[in-house]
Design a protein. Structure first.
Length: 83
């Protein structure tokens, strides 16, 4: 499968493990997911809405995007194929 699907399934498993640990007393204020190399965060973000167990345990509060300010100008007009 595509890298997004692989990452998403791994993410689901980790979030479910965290959920089980939280049920046993693990205190969590937040979960930060760093996705270096994924240009589109939407498939990963959808994980929080598609899996019922994850949806019950987590709330997607926001998405933060960082841009390489030194090199962004040379990539602004790049057109990427869909998919």
């Amino acid at each position: 499968g595509c890298i997004c699907c692989t990452v998403r399934q791994d993410l689901v498993e980790v979030l479910k493990k965290l959920s089980r640990r939280a049920e046993k007393g693990l205190k969590l204020d937040a979960i930060v997911i760093e996705t270096t190399g994924l240009a589109d965060p939407a498939p990963v973000a959808q994980t929080f809405f598609v899996d019922d167990d994850v949806k019950a345990f987590c709330i997607l509060d926001g998405i933060v995007t960082l841009v390489d300010a030194k090199h962004v100008v040379q990539h602004l007009d790049d057109e990427k194929p869909e998919g």
